[in-house]
Structures are given as structure tokens and as C-alpha cells.
Design a protein around this ligand. Structure first.
Ligand code: T46
Length: 187
């Protein structure tokens, strides 16, 4: 009788309390809050904040052996959102710049698979230039970070994982509109 009671009590303990949560389970628990208030959300444990608010650096995992390096970006370990789209910037002509916009809601993880570029970030107050030249280093951008990409080295391959499918209405493509949106949000 007693042992049956104990068994029943044990099975009433929520799943997450009985063992360590996996990175993906931790992500599921913490992410809804981050999504609701990205300007207040804590920095994920695996990310380092940059000077620009809502922008962070993430070290991807590398598995090295004699066949080469395998670089991993995994949900809850390096990737702070569910990726619904991937796109890449390739064959960028010398001297060309890209970006020049912010996103209202989109989150992104950017990294270069090959080559190098300058990512110029701006949160409306602080600007920061980050040289991306290492496939093991990624930049996580929460919403409302103005970005420009320039000084692409020849042959650069830049990959972006994005939290949403393409939606032009998510873009703020003028810096004035970006500043107005920041003011409206009170950020
Ligand atoms: C970003 C930087 C790093 C689509 O139709 N689907 C897509 O998924 C994307 C990303 C773009 N487009 C269209 C929209 C434009 O008509 O492709 C055209 C070129 O896009 P855009 O001028 O925005 O490209 P970039 O390189 O300036 O910016 C892109 C991303 O749009 C943006 O989210 O953060 O890369």
C-alpha cells in the first residue's frame, strides 16, 4: 500500500524535475518569454553580448578529425530559435554592400562558411563593426538591430538561419523608419 502511494507520488512529479533538462527542453521552457520581450530577454548561456544591444556572439561547436572539421549549430546549444528559413549570400562582387535594414520580429543567426565580411551593427544608440571571418563564430541578432554587410572578401559564403519565413513587411528599410519604430516601442 505504502509503496503504491510512493509510486503514485513519484509519477506526479513533472518530467523536467526528475532529470536534467536537455538544451532543447531548456529552450522550450525559456524561449516563449524571450519571444514576447526580446529587449528584456536574458542572454542565452552560450551567447556573449556585443556592445550593440540585442546582438550576441555565439561559438559554434567544432568536431575535428583527420577528415576535416564539422561545425554544428544546434537548437538550444548555439541556436536560440527554431529556424524556419536558411539563405546565403554568395558571389558578392568586390566593393558591394548588402543589408541596410532592421527586422521588426525576425531573429537570425549569421555566420560565414568561407571568406570574410564586416557586419556593421547599430541599435539606435551604439554602433559596432564585427569582422566575421571564422566559420566557428556566429552572430545572433534579435529583432530591431540595424545591420549593414560590407567588405566582403572574394568568394565569401555567408549563411543566415532565420526564425521566420520571408515577409517583406517585417523589414524596416529606412533608418528614419527604424528610429521611429524604436521610439514607438520605447526602446
Ligand atoms: C538580412 C541580410 C543579412 C526573398 O524573396 N526571400 C528571402 O528569404 C530574402 C532574404 C530576400 N528575398 C528578396 C527580398 C529582396 O527583393 O530578395 C531581395 C534581396 O533581399 P535584400 O535586399 O533584403 O538582401 P540583403 O542581402 O540586403 O539582406 C538579406 C536579408 O534580406 C536580411 O534579412 O539580414 O541578408
Amino acid at each position: 500500500m505504502n509503496s503504491r502511494l510512493k509510486l503514485g507520488a513519484r509519477s506526479a512529479v513533472p518530467l523536467g524535475m526528475r532529470r536534467d533538462l536537455s538544451p532543447a527542453e531548456l529552450f522550450d521552457r525559456e524561449y516563449p518569454a524571450a519571444r514576447k520581450a526580446p529587449h528584456l530577454a536574458p542572454v542565452p548561456s552560450y551567447a556573449r553580448p556585443l556592445d550593440v544591444r540585442r546582438a550576441m556572439e555565439v561559438d559554434l561547436s567544432v568536431i575535428r578529425d583527420q577528415r576535416g572539421d564539422l561545425v554544428v549549430a544546434e537548437l538550444g546549444k548555439h541556436l536560440p530559435f527554431v529556424a524556419r528559413r536558411m539563405y546565403s549570400l554568395v558571389r558578392v562582387p568586390e566593393g558591394e554592400a548588402r543589408g541596410g535594414h532592421a527586422h521588426k520580429e525576425l531573429e537570425q543567426l549569421l555566420f560565414v562558411l568561407h571568406g570574410a565580411l564586416d557586419l556593421v551593427l547599430d541599435d539606435g544608440v551604439t554602433q559596432q563593426r564585427v569582422r566575421l571571418d571564422d566559420p566557428e563564430k556566429a552572430i545572433y541578432l534579435r529583432p530591431m538591430v540595424w545591420r549593414e554587410l560590407e567588405h566582403f572578401a572574394p568568394g565569401t559564403v555567408c549563411v543566415v538561419l532565420a526564425s521566420e519565413v520571408y515577409d517583406e513587411s517585417d523589414y524596416l528599410r529606412s533608418y528614419d523608419a527604424y528610429r521611429d519604430e524604436l521610439a514607438a516601442l520605447g526602446w
